[in-house]
Ligand binder design. Structure first.
Ligand code: NAD
Length: 328
């Protein structure tokens, strides 16, 4: 069992709290939130211990779950790591590339486990393609949300697109060659809609669009590779794989369409891999606990959190550079 304290019980923190209470590898020591009124009410509702300070929470815990605003992540994580406490930290890792690097340096001195909350890795639709060999050459991602003032303190790239950046970096596994991006701050002072085209050294191109000013919600990723097309609906938790099979392949699905090619008969099979019912947040938190208990590498490492954040900032800088050139 890992003794873990929860920091921040706002919108997402309350969801984490429910999940933490259901994980058998975790013993929740208690909660702390700088908003005393909110903290008291949550502690009462869930019958959990309320700490009077972060220091008190740290003293009683082996690990912390940081679910506070991004601007506070660095300070809070630094304090925990320096005391040798394992850290689960919500995405984005920090608000600046420099502070993210400083945390990586700190982890070298204090070898604790750190996992970043890129929860889409645990989305059932993404989990359903884990057994398929991926070598995408073209990726198209759309993440659209209806406007909500919560989260508008950061650009849509850090708020929404970062989820797809993490998935793309995880699937492509090749250095970035170039990017071009554009975006607009339509409603808030930060970018509300953004698009990026990423070109990787292995030839893969990823085209990502994120918007928080849409009329409907959508979270879709489509992957195209030499022998297959994969469609992931991360919102509806559905996955579809359209794959090319050889005539003599014993695994070819029964429902398939015949295709005459120069290499002989091929079969196009459409399959819907089984999507398990997973509570993604509960799963990410229990894998974090397991990484501590079994001394294994966390599923989403601090380096991956850093790479994703650095790419997000590169995209924002490119959009700023571009918009200066076309100032109206
Ligand atoms: P929120 O504003 O609803 O809640 C944040 C809570 O932290 C508040 O209750 C606030 O009082 C508390 N807080 C602020 N500073 C504190 C401090 N120094 N010590 C203790 N408590 C403090 O925010 P939220 O929507 O829950 O977001 C929290 C974090 O989770 C952000 O980093 C956000 O980017 C991330 N997030 C991730 C996802 C995801 O899909 N993984 C979704 C939403 C939010």
């Amino acid at each position: 069992m890992i003794k873990l304290g929860l920091l921040g019980v706002g919108h997402l923190g309350k969801i984490h709290l429910k999940c933490l209470l259901a994980i058998e590898q975790i013993e929740l020591t208690g909660i702390f939130d700088s908003n005393t009124k909110v903290a008291q009410s949550v502690a009462q509702t869930y019958n959990v211990r309320l700490f009077n300070s972060y220091e008190e929470l740290l003293d009683c815990s082996e690990a912390v779950d940081i679910v506070t605003p991004t601007s506070t992540h660095f300070k809070l994580a630094k304090q925990a790591i320096r005391q040798g406490k394992h850290v689960f930290i919500e995405k984005p890792l920090t608000d600046t590339v420099e502070t993210a690097l400083a945390l990586i340096d700190l982890q070298k001195k204090y070898p604790v486990k750190i996992q970043v909350g890129h929860v889409e890795r645990f989305n059932p639709a993404f989990q359903a393609i884990q057994d398929i060999r991926l070598h995408p050459l073209f990726i198209e991602a759309h993440r659209l949300a209806i406007f909500n003032p919560r989260g508008t303190d950061v650009s849509v790239v850090l708020d929404l697109m970062i989820h797809d950046l993490d998935l793309v970096l995880n699937m492509v596994q090749s250095p970035l060659q170039s990017l071009s991006a554009s975006g607009v701050a339509v409603v808030s002072k930060q970018l509300d809609i953004a698009n990026v085209r990423l070109e990787f050294q292995n030839g893969c191109v990823a085209n990502l669009t994120a918007s928080r000013i849409s009329m409907k919600q959508m979270r879709k990723i489509r992957l195209f590779q030499k022998d297959a097309y994969l469609s992931l609906d991360l919102l509806e938790k559905k996955t579809e794989v359209v794959q090319l099979w050889n005539e003599d392949d014993p695994n070819k699905p029964s429902v398939s369409m015949t295709l005459d090619t120069e290499e002989g008969k091929k079969y196009i099979g459409i399959q819907a891999p089984k999507v398990k019912e997973i509570n993604a947040i509960q799963m990410e938190l229990s894998t974090f606990a397991n990484s501590i208990l079994n001394d294994t590498i966390p599923v989403v490492t601090i380096e991956e959190g850093y790479n994703c954040l650095a790419l997000a900032h590169q995209i924002i800088e490119e959009i700023e550079r571009r918009s200066k050139g076309f100032a109206v």
